[in-house]
Design a protein around this ligand. Structure first.
Ligand code: ASP
Ligand code: MG
Length: 409
């Protein structure tokens, strides 16, 4: 059951980067409350606080214990909730701030990327019942040993969604420094336009494909518990984008967005013996080393050997190279080469499930621009192409155009 008076509002770091902005957030929260709502607010640390804290830790140690990193990082949100409570009181409304532990946000014990186990909403409901605005520190929880944990970078989104679910809120509003979800990053594609709505599945794909509006895990949780999300600007009162279960209504829209990722590199292992078990060995070893392989392409075999190419995050490249070279030597493959000059351009849309010719249209758009495609991967609602990085923006623009994303629908 959704409590229709209750709303969860989450404000990201940039929305509370300085006292002026924090006061504006307080104003906005108070207006919501005075409009007759019960309000639970989740805030991130002020501005770049979390990065600054991590940098501090790095100056002390090159391998800080993760438990202590969590102790350190969680302080960021403790500052912002207290300040916001003060700012709200200043405006004449009653407010109370809490850490994650205080409102029973329980997690597992995996420091720096803990998973939520459950939330005890009792204290929050009690305070709402007294007419207070409740402010909860994002990004943090507590494990069974009472140690503070954090939920992974961008984890305040997850706190907000999980609270909205636990409290049965009517909506979870995510306030950020953009006006909503766009058909493409407007800085790269000037013709991009704001979407009125998008489905959880599309948003999940877009978040993992480089659209940095919301933490991917939070969308996963929102989908699972059907929490309606409204992504909107904290600097204007314009409507943003609703993320909901729209699968049906949206089937006519073939493609909702175009994304680009530039944080991957391509690794190629040449002259791999063309016999059973070779790929299994390589990718098992990479999995053991905890590198996340994204796209994989194996060429047609010629004279008993083949080339295997795959992409990994650049940050995983050193480990990947080490492992791949070892495997190459053991199985008698050839040279291992890397290529960091790539970009991955993707289109996302649930309409792909029911339309044909989507891939052809994407490839044609790039062909006309003489942009070469090096790798392709598809899922039910997404098509990704690896191309030269220098062509990335141009590719995005022509694909965006080809699917008519600039037009009003
Ligand atoms: N402050 C944390 C971070 O920067 C959590 C968040 O912003 O959502 O990752
Ligand atoms: Mg932050």
């Amino acid at each position: 059951m959704r409590a229709h008076r209750l709303i969860v509002q989450k404000f990201g770091g940039s929305s509370v980067a300085n006292p002026e902005r924090l006061k504006r957030v307080a104003q906005r929260v108070v207006e919501t409350k005075q409009g007759g709502r019960d309000v639970v607010v989740v805030v991130s640390a002020l501005g770049d606080t979390t990065d600054e804290l991590l940098e501090l830790a790095r100056q002390i140690s090159d391998d800080p214990p993760e438990r202590e990193l969590d102790m350190l990082m969680a302080t960021g949100e403790q500052v912002s909730v207290a300040l916001l409570a003060m700012a709200i009181e200043q405006l004449g409304e009653a407010a109370i701030s809490f850490t994650g532990a205080q409102v029973g946000i329980r997690t597992d014990g995996v420091h720096t990327k803990a998973r939520l186990i459950d939330i005890n909403a009792r204290r929050i409901l009690e305070e709402l019942g007294k007419g207070k605005i409740v402010i909860v520190a994002g990004f943090q929880g507590v494990n069974i040993a009472q140690d503070i944990t954090t939920l992974g970078r961008g984890g305040s989104d997850l706190t907000a969604v999980a609270l909205a679910s636990a409290l049965g809120a009517a909506v979870c509003e995510i306030f950020t420094d953009v006006e909503g979800i766009f058909t493409a990053d407007p800085r790269l594609v000037p013709a991009a336009r704001k979407l009125k709505s998008i489905s959880y599945d599309e948003m999940l794909e877009m978040a993992s494909l480089g659209a940095q509006v919301m933490q991917a895990r939070s969308i996963f949780v929102a989908k699972r518990f059907r929490v309606p999300i409204h992504v909107r600007s904290s600097f204007s009162s314009k409507e943003g984008t609703m993320i909901t279960d729209l699968a049906k209504a949206m089937e006519d829209i073939v493609v909702s967005g175009v994304t680009v990722q530039k944080d991957e590199a391509k690794v190629t292992m040449r002259d791999v013996p063309d016999k059973p078990g070779m790929a299994a060995r390589l990718f098992r070893e990479l999995a053991v080393a905890e590198t996340n392989v994204d796209m994989i392409v194996q060429n047609v075999s010629r004279e008993g050997a083949t080339d295997v190419s795959f992409t990994v995050l650049k940050s995983d490249l050193p480990t990947t190279l080490k492992v791949t070279r070892q495997v190459a030597q053991r199985i008698g493959a050839g040279a291992v080469t890397t290529d960091e000059g790539i970009a991955k351009v993707s289109i996302v849309g649930i309409g792909m499930r029911s339309h044909s010719g989507v891939a052809a249209k994407m490839f044609e758009a790039m062909a006309e621009e003489r942009i070469n495609i090096e790798m392709i991967s598809t899922s039910e609602i997404k098509i990704s192409c690896v191309i030269r990085k220098i062509n990335a923006e141009r590719a995005m623009r022509v694909i965006h155009q080809a699917f008519g994303l600039h037009k009003r629908t």
